[in-house]
Design a protein around this ligand. Structure first.
Ligand code: PMP
Length: 409
């Protein structure tokens, strides 16, 4: 059976891997990390949060207090659903985006990435279809592929996924006899497109999903990182039975804790807990309780404000550098999150340009990484979360010279 090592005869286990591993090729983002992390390269490629904006004393004092007061609990296995005190606090975090839920319906996971994997495991059989924005979060695509599902991308514009295109796509897929299971969406400050789904469209998508019996998977890691005023409330704020909502502390605190969560309809929640237990027994008691201490003792809302300020300045640096160095191109204007989506001239292929960009010491992620169907040739994702504003400017300057070079080829 063809699997991970298809074509790699040096692998002694070639032929033994499960069929589902066929989709598990290293993502383009991952392959980039090695090159992009060289200090002389300005990396506009990864999506690493700027954790240095979090004062380490806040974390050290939370750990210190936890170990003094509840050391044995923090070092023990915990509940497969997650620590009750943290689940209670997660409700306060979600309330900032208009969500009212029950503590019983929150399941803590090892980052929201793990929640994505668990939901896929619960719902996807080979050949099932996941509807997703085009473009869509690269590592979600890897997950869906690893369960042998098909991803059908629905186009977006500057207001997010286009409802009429979704209706059409659903009708076509149904006519072709496909089983539609999930609508996966990153509605707010989309990764990678940077756009936000309008409120009217949120309601319309929920309606379409309801009519067609499709579960909505709302992935919202960036919603609290807004720059010019808060985005529309989460879709989960108005629809409880048809939405699984995913949240995370990775961007509002730090990804190293690996703590995220799902807020699931009651019926799904039970299966999610069982799947979580099967995978990890219980999410890390230690990191959950450190976060719980942090939330109860630090001014976490002010810390989110600090992150907003840092990322707003970087977004502004990127937008003004783009306007200065690449005035003939077009790009999205994010009101939050980490990413700008750049449209290249038709004759420029983002993937084949990448080695030449790296030679000129700038890295980015080619658009094709964010499509399951080979689209995105003429797009690149630019991340402004990690480099300083000066580096972002320099990176865009280098990129403009690379693109100009391509046009002269
Ligand atoms: N969803 C989206 C859209 C993301 O951008 C990310 C992180 N890059 C994740 C999920 C996973 O985040 P984590 O596992 O750190 O919570």
């Amino acid at each position: 059976m063809a699997g991970l090592s298809e074509g790699n005869n040096l692998d002694p286990w070639y032929g033994h891997y499960a069929a589902r591993t066929t989709g598990l090729s290293a993502s383009e983002v991952r392959a980039l990390f090695a090159v992009a992390s060289r200090p002389e390269v300005v990396s506009l490629a990864g999506g690493m949060p700027f954790v240095s904006a979090l004062p380490t004393e806040l974390v050290t004092s939370a750990i210190d207090r936890l170990m003094r007061e509840r050391g044995p609990v923090a070092l023990q296995y915990g509940s497969g659903q997650g620590a009750p005190e943290l689940r209670e606090q997660i409700l306060d975090v979600m309330a900032l985006e208009g969500i009212r839920g029950s503590v019983d319906d929150v399941v803590v996971t090892t980052g929201s990435q793990h929640a994505l994997e668990l939901i896929a495991k619960l719902f996807l059989d080979p050949g099932d279809v996941v509807l997703a924005e085009g473009p869509s979060y690269v590592t979600a695509l890897v997950v869906f592929r690893s369960f042998q599902a098909e991803v059908s991308h629905v186009p977006m514009d500057e207001h997010g996924l286009i409802p009429a295109a979704l209706r059409e796509r659903i009708a076509a897929l149904k006519a072709a006899g496909k089983r539609l299971k999930l609508l996966y969406t990153v509605p707010t400050f989309n990764n990678p497109a940077g756009v936000t789904l309008s409120w009217e469209r949120r309601l319309e998508l929920l309606e379409i999903a309801r009519e067609n019996d499709i579960l909505v998977l709302e992935d919202n890691p960036y919603g609290l990182l807004y720059f010019d005023g808060p985005p529309p409330h989460a879709m989960r704020s108005v629809e409880k039975d048809g939405v699984v909502y995913l949240g995370t502390f990775s961007k509002t605190l730090a990804p190293g804790f690996r703590v995220g969560w799902a807020l699931a309809p009651h019926a799904i929640r039970e299966k999610l807990i069982l799947a979580n237990e099967a995978a990890v027994l219980s999410p890390s008691s230690f990191t959950q309780l450190v976060i719980s201490e942090y939330l109860s003792s630090a001014d976490w809302r002010a810390q989110i404000d600090t992150f907003r300020g840092v990322y707003r300045e970087r977004r502004d640096a990127m937008l003004s550098a783009l306007a200065e160095y690449l005035p003939k191109l077009s790009w999205t204007i994010p009101n939050g999150g980490f990413y700008v989506w750049l449209n290249l001239p038709e004759q420029v292929d983002a993937k084949s340009m990448l080695p030449r960009a790296v030679k000129q010491l700038v890295a980015y992620t080619p658009g094709t990484a964010f499509y399951a169907d080979g689209n995105g040739r003429n797009n690149i994702r630019l991340s402004f979360c990690y480099p300083t504003p000066e580096f972002i400017r320099e990176g865009i300057r280098r990129l403009s010279s690379v693109i100009t070079g391509e046009l002269e080829l």
